[in-house]
Design a protein around this ligand. Structure first.
Ligand SMILES: C[S@@+](CC[C@H](N)C(=O)[O-])C[C@H]1O[C@@H](n2cnc3c(N)ncnc32)[C@H](O)[C@@H]1O
Length: 207
């Protein structure tokens, strides 16, 4: 199926399950999260590895979207992440280094279909790590790399990857980021956090 069709078929379900969503600093953008959820779901991933928990935004989005099991890992798990994620019964939190933990999770789920969101190691190292994992673990059905601002690097390692700032995806689904809400002073007052100046982050996805 064409990518545009996959996204068209997925957007209503994403909005219904994930919104409303409160923005957290350094968190993934909603249009990026949508691309990951839609493509992981399309390739029938039941397990998601969210590498780089920080304050738990991406993990929470994947849990709300309804993946059966979401592992979220960070070298430094925070109290704030625990507080944010504790009500989700499909999340498993692990503290440690991505290079140590991810292969072990993949081995444990050898007969299943796993998606990886790599938001811990960045840049060229992330591409190399992701490519090694892809070659070694056939259960890995989707890989999403965050902050690959230099697309030529991403395309070198994953020539057929999709990028979340590719047109027409960017224009069509950017509105999701304006639906994001930021708590200002009191929890009753919300305002859109992001404006167009935030464009330029990229999630590259290889399936
Ligand atoms: C940009 S934040 C993740 C944001 C999160 N995915 C979200 O959308 O809310 C990156 C996180 O990765 C963690 N990190 C960086 N390198 C790591 C590594 N090699 N192994 C494990 N965690 C790492 C950092 O501690 C940081 O909390």
């Amino acid at each position: 199926m064409e990518l545009s069709k996959i996204f068209e078929n997925s957007i209503d379900e994403f909005e219904k399950r994930v919104l409303p969503q409160v923005y957290v600093s350094k968190g993934i953008l909603l249009n990026e999260a949508f691309a990951i959820c839609a493509l992981a779901n399309y390739v029938k991933c039941n397990v998601i590895i969210d590498s780089g928990t920080h304050f738990g935004r991406s993990a929470q989005i994947f849990a709300k979207y309804g993946f059966q099991l979401v592992y979220t890992l960070d070298r430094n798990l925070s109290e704030r992440a625990f507080a944010r994620l504790r009500n989700h019964n499909n999340i498993c939190m692990i503290q440690g280094e991505d290079h140590d933990i991810i292969p072990n999770i993949l081995k444990y789920h050898s007969g299943e279909r796993v998606g990886l969101f790599l938001d811990s190691t960045k840049g060229r190292n992330a591409c190399i790590f992701a490519k090694e994992l892809k070659e070694q673990y056939p259960q890995l059905k989707m890989i999403a790399l965050h902050d690959q601002c230099r697309q030529h690097l991403l395309k070198k390692y994953f020539p057929k990857s999709f990028c979340s700032d590719d047109e027409p995806f960017l224009s069509k689904y950017w509105y999701l980021n304006k639906r994001d809400i930021k708590v200002v002073k009191t929890i009753t007052k919300y305002q859109p956090l992001l404006d167009d100046t935030f464009k330029g982050f990229v999630v590259g996805i290889s399936i």
